[in-house]
Design a protein around this ligand. Structure first.
Ligand SMILES: NC(=O)c1ccc[n+]([C@@H]2O[C@H](COP(=O)([O-])OP(=O)(O)OC[C@H]3O[C@@H](n4cnc5c(N)ncnc54)[C@H](O)[C@@H]3O)[C@@H](O)[C@H]2O)c1
Length: 384
């Protein structure tokens, strides 16, 4: 891959100082296969220019709005191969649609959009235009998550009988009882329904649980029974969700932004008839595996006993922790490889498609809608 031409990419959102846009840029840089050549980094032209200047973009490829960017890029001989959408949730649908219609591959942040109808339209458009669409559900990019998937596929823990997963944060604890007199925290747009959609906490982090569990086990919820807590805010800050999967197995998801002492506590526990697997996001290089009746085993990333995808995507020697940026790089590794192979007329393999795609985005939006509806109906079981 590294001997071939670099892909050209553009970015919408992600002005200097924004959270996730920079992570995308750093991850793509780690892959040494992509070059940032165009952008509409902010609707504030001053921020937009400052970011473009920092990355030394051509003046004519700094766009005041994404529509102009999609239209003008599509007409260029050296047009961007793909766009990264790193804006707040409200804008994803329109921006993704504009680039798909312009024939440009898309990598878009989660949650994909506001409604299932919009999500399904993006999925249909992706197929119709024969394009690649990544939805950057970060945690599927971690090597030890890939190992967990592989071990479960090999039957190491038998058949899955119970799932228990949580994603606990505390950065919105001051919002409890604040009655929408919100703080000035940078990311606080998430509590505004106009920018965030029908959910804050479930949309922001609950969907990561749904996607990561789905990736590891292949199991997606058939129905959910949920209680959301808003603590006087417009949108949820805390959620407890009972899940029934398509195969009848049950699980529990808990996500929160008001749990003191928890920064980014995603923990996934998969229990099988022959053992269990546990992955803790804040210690991402380890995977805890317990076989029934045996002592707990801790697998460590980068070691000789790990094979398969988790070994191939290893970036740095074990003991030097990999994290968020490397997980994004693994997602981009597959996504960019698929684009490059398509451009070169080569066959795109299943391994190249090992990135969260538009259908995962659709599942995420269905999950949010069902959870919110269930909570509004007194925690009634609600189909996805
Ligand atoms: N995958 C993950 O783990 C992960 C982590 C953080 C955020 N996210 C997602 O990424 C998205 C952005 O979140 P963030 O925390 O980086 O937000 P942020 O507020 O830090 O950054 C948003 C950026 O979008 C720009 N922007 C807003 N509207 C725009 C428009 N119309 N055109 C061009 N630029 C525009 C802003 O100027 C800013 O640069 C959200 O959808 C969020 O859910 C995902």
């Amino acid at each position: 891959m590294r001997e071939r031409r670099k892909l050209r990419y553009g970015m919408v959102g992600g002005s200097l100082g924004a959270f996730i846009g920079a992570v995308h840029r750093h991850a793509i840089a780690l892959e040494e296969a992509g070059e940032l050549v165009a952008g509409c980094f902010s609707s504030d032209m001053n921020k937009n220019r400052k970011t473009a200047d920092f990355y030394e973009l051509d003046e004519e490829r700094v766009y005041a709005d994404y529509k102009e960017m999609a239209r003008k890029e599509a007409l260029r001989e050296d047009k961007i191969d793909f766009v990264c959408i790193t804006t707040p949730n409200a804008t994803h649908y329109e921006i993704a649609k504009a680039f798909l219609e312009a024939g440009i591959h898309v990598a878009c942040e989660k949650p994909l959009c506001f409604t299932t109808e919009q999500a399904e339209e993006l999925e249909r458009l992706t197929k119709e235009k024969d394009l690649f669409f990544a939805v950057t559900y970060t945690y599927t990019g971690y090597n030890m998550v890939k190992l967990a998937k592989e071990l479960i596929e090999k039957g190491e823990i038998g058949s899955v009988v119970n799932i228990n997963a949580e994603y606990l944060q505390d950065w919105l604890i001051d919002e409890i009882g604040a009655g929408n007199q919100t703080t000035t925290k940078m990311s606080v747009w998430r509590t505004d329904p106009e920018k965030s959609g029908i959910s804050n906490c479930v949309g922001d982090i609950g969907t990561h649980i749904e996607d990561t569990v789905g990736y590891i086990t292949g199991m997606h919820p058939k129905q959910v029974a949920a209680v959301l807590d808003n603590y006087g805010m417009d949108l949820d800050l805390n959620a407890n969700i009972l899940v029934e999967y398509e195969n009848g197995v049950h699980g529990v998801y808990s996500c929160s932004q008001v749990c003191a002492g928890h920064s980014n506590g995603l923990v996934i526990r998969i229990f099988g008839s022959e053992g269990a697997i546990e992955w803790v996001q804040e210690e991402p290089d380890y995977l805890r595996v317990t076989k029934k009746g045996e002592p707990v085993q801790i697998y460590h990333r980068g070691t000789g006993y790990i094979s398969g995808r988790a070994a191939q995507l290893n970036h740095i020697p074990s003991g030097h922790p990999e994290g968020l940026t490397y997980a994004f790089a693994n997602i981009y590794h597959a996504f960019m490889n698929a684009i490059l192979k398509r451009a070169n007329g080569e066959e795109v393999s299943a391994v190249d498609l090992d990135f969260p795609g538009v259908h995962d985005g659709v599942m995420g939006v269905r999950f949010i809608e069902a959870v919110v509806k269930s909570s509004q109906n007194g925690a009634a079981w609600t189909n996805l």
